[in-house]
Design a protein around this ligand. Structure first.
Ligand code: PLP
Length: 379
């Protein structure tokens, strides 16, 4: 099945009860048994729920995996992966990481004796020197947030295999429409389905997809034992969202390209960070491992003035000033005062997050309206 068919039919079966085309919302905690243990595979909804299972199968299909696991949020999904580890284990992670992931690693799991190395991974060869006999996991996010670095998944997977270490990729920004990490050699794909997979800014949900049965069993044990599952209503919303993933992503990519090209020529703009530019340092890797360049971009204004950037962002009307990303509506954020406010200015600027940096999640509105909005805000 081709990807654009999979988003609608992948892993899906018609409901056996009435043949409903859309998976019903099984809003139930428990299931009647004819004799103790005599049930149809469903005993209690923390363990299994038909609506959640339908979503898990759909996600497995989209990511070219065999097993999907859905959680109450993206962070709950990451939490489940980290629970594969034990005290003394070490993790090598992308340094330009989603803030919530960084917080989970450093403020929760470090307490339990897990050691993290945060590494610039734009050159995959740099990863090897951080691996020792205690290393159990490499955690990669690509494209990164908000600097849009690209990490070579295939090269990283080779390093992981050589050292017998698991490779997990946070595929939230790219989605399986643009890149499929399992096919590039990763062991685990993670999603904040809150973003593009849900796509309508109306649900918080997370997911993991793997190929290997032994790994799937371990993660399923954690999902059930720790219990951070998502409910059937939320599973339904994401299942509905992904049915339009391919058409939404196509438009997100087209609009982002138009806006990146426009901003690059704007006299008030200093830098534009978008992996589609030929002079982006990781452009060739992006071109190789992604189908297109995504709907996210960042830019800085000339003079690097904090107040001026705030003024620009406040003047935007079609773009909404808000956290999050990946919905049909365009959003704008100011990393220095929002997502990265807790990082000291000096540390921030080292990674490129200057005071005038603005991050855009480009939506699927008409591009003329988006351009006009940026024009008046920058003017
Ligand atoms: C939002 C996000 C997360 C966390 O997901 P939640 O659903 O908010 O818990 C993790 N990684 C990335 C890249 C994200 O954008």
């Amino acid at each position: 099945m081709k990807f654009n068919t999979k988003v609608i039919h992948g892993g899906q079966e018609l409901d056996p009860a009435y043949g409903s085309v859309m998976q019903p919302i099984y809003q139930t905690t428990t299931y009647a048994q004819t004799t103790p243990g005599g049930h149809k595979g469903y005993a209690y909804s923390r363990s299994h729920n038909p609506t959640r299972n339908a979503l898990e199968n759909a996600l497995a299909s989209l990511e070219n995996g065999n097993y999907g696991l859905a959680f109450g949020s993206g962070l709950a999904a990451i939490d489940a992966v980290l629970k594969l580890l034990k005290p003394g284990d070490e993790v090598v992670s992308t340094n330009d990481l989603y803030g919530g992931t960084y917080r989970l690693f450093t403020q929760i799991f470090e307490k339990f004796g897990i050691k993290f190395h945060f590494v610039g991974m734009e050159d995959a060869r740099d990863i090897g020197s951080y691996i020792n006999e205690n290393t159990k996991l490499i955690w990669v996010e690509t494209p990164t947030n908000p600097m849009m670095h690209i990490i070579d998944i295939k090269a990283t997977a080779k390093i992981a295999k050589n050292h017998d270490v698991l490779l997990a990729v946070d595929n939230t920004f790219a989605t399986p429409y643009l890149q499929q990490p399992l096919s590039l050699g990763a062991d685990i794909v993670m999603h904040s389905a809150t973003k593009y997979l849900g796509g309508h800014s109306d649900v918080v949900l997370g997911a993991l997809v793997v190929k290997d049965k032994v790994l799937a069993d371990k993660l399923y044990f954690i999902q059930n034992a720790s219990g951070a599952i998502c409910g059937p209503q939320d599973s339904f919303l994401v299942l509905r969202g992904i049915k339009t993933l391919h058409v939404r992503m196509q438009r997100h990519c087209e609009n982002a390209k138009t806006i990146a090209t426009y901003l690059l020529k704007h006299p008030k703009v200093e830098n534009v960070y978008w992996p589609g530019f030929e002079n982006h340092p990781n452009h060739l890797i992006a071109k190789e491992q992604m189908k297109d360049f995504g709907g996210m971009l960042s830019f800085s204004t000339k003079g690097n003035n904090y107040d001026e950037a705030i003024k620009v962002i406040e003047k935007l009307k079609v773009f909404t000033l808000a956290e999050s990303l990946g919905g049909v509506e365009s959003l704008a954020g100011h990393p220095a005062s929002m997502t990265h406010a807790s990082v000291p200015k000096e540390e921030r600027e080292k990674t490129g997050i200057v005071d005038s940096l603005i991050r855009l999640s480009v939506g699927i509105e008409d591009e003329a309206d988006l351009l006009a909005d940026l024009e008046q805000a920058l003017g």
